[in-house]
Ligand binder design. Structure first.
Ligand code: ADP
Ligand code: MG
Ligand code: ZN
Length: 200
């Protein structure tokens, strides 16, 4: 049965430091001003600042529940679902594909769903479930940061140093925002930046 008033999926993407968390927090706070009931979640991989809130690099915060996976998110939502109007999720790139059907279920139940996450990895690959969520969204906000090399608008997250692991969260000085011209997707074992992908 479809509801007469479906909700809405809003996806907020961009590189690190582009203001995704800030924007998510701003929308959640405005929803609360409008007296809507709001809940927010984040994966427990990202414990940089607080266990019980999401935070931006500029220190804005909003209360959030830490969940280890999408199943836990579903369980945490279930008992309060009828009372809730807005569901926020930060750092959603760390969740698996099952966030996609859950987000769409919530939309069809009339909820406003706000999802923030990185659209690409430091190797410039689409990141986890985010690209599909962008495709299914009512509205996508693709934010840019400021390139730390030249000051232009930055759409990439540059991994500094040598680690090739996909997920290295929160280590200070490990990532910076870069524009297309200054971004280097590969770093060799000596730490020097490569342009192999672009030259092939
Ligand atoms: P995200 O969630 O996208 O990583 P945040 O909302 O946490 O971004 O942080 C955005 C804030 O980070 C900006 O308002 C600014 O104060 C700060 N900041 C630090 N470095 C940069 C940068 N290179 N470009 C833009 N903002 C930056
Ligand atoms: Mg963030
Ligand atoms: Zn640049």
């Amino acid at each position: 049965m479809s509801t007469p008033h479906p909700g809405r999926l809003e996806v907020i993407v961009g590189p690190m430091f582009s203001g995704k968390s800030e924007e998510l927090i701003r929308r959640l706070k405005r929803a609360r001003i409008a007296r809507q009931r709001v809940v927010c979640f984040k994966p427990d991989i990202d414990l940089r600042y607080h266990r019980t809130s999401i935070a931006s690099h500029s220190s804005h915060t909003h209360e959030a529940t830490t969940i280890s996976n999408v199943e836990r998110l579903r369980e945490a939502l279930a008992p309060q679902l009828d009372a809730i109007e807005v569901v926020g999720v930060d750092e959603a790139q760390f969740l698996d594909e099952s966030i996609i059907p859950l987000a769409m279920e919530l939309v069809h139940l009339g909820k406003r769903v706000l999802i923030a996450g990185l659209d690409t990895t430091f190797s410039n690959e689409p990141f986890g479930p985010i690209p599909v969520l962008m495709a299914l969204a009512d509205e996508v906000s693709k934010l840019s940061a400021v390139c730390m090399t030249c000051g232009a608008p930055a759409i990439h997250t540059q991994r500094l140093g040598q680690s090739q692991e996909l997920v290295v969260v929160g280590a200070a000085g490990l990532y910076e925002a870069r524009c297309r011209a200054c971004f280097r997707p590969f770093v060799d074992e000596h730490g020097s930046e490569q342009l192999e992908l672009l030259n092939n």
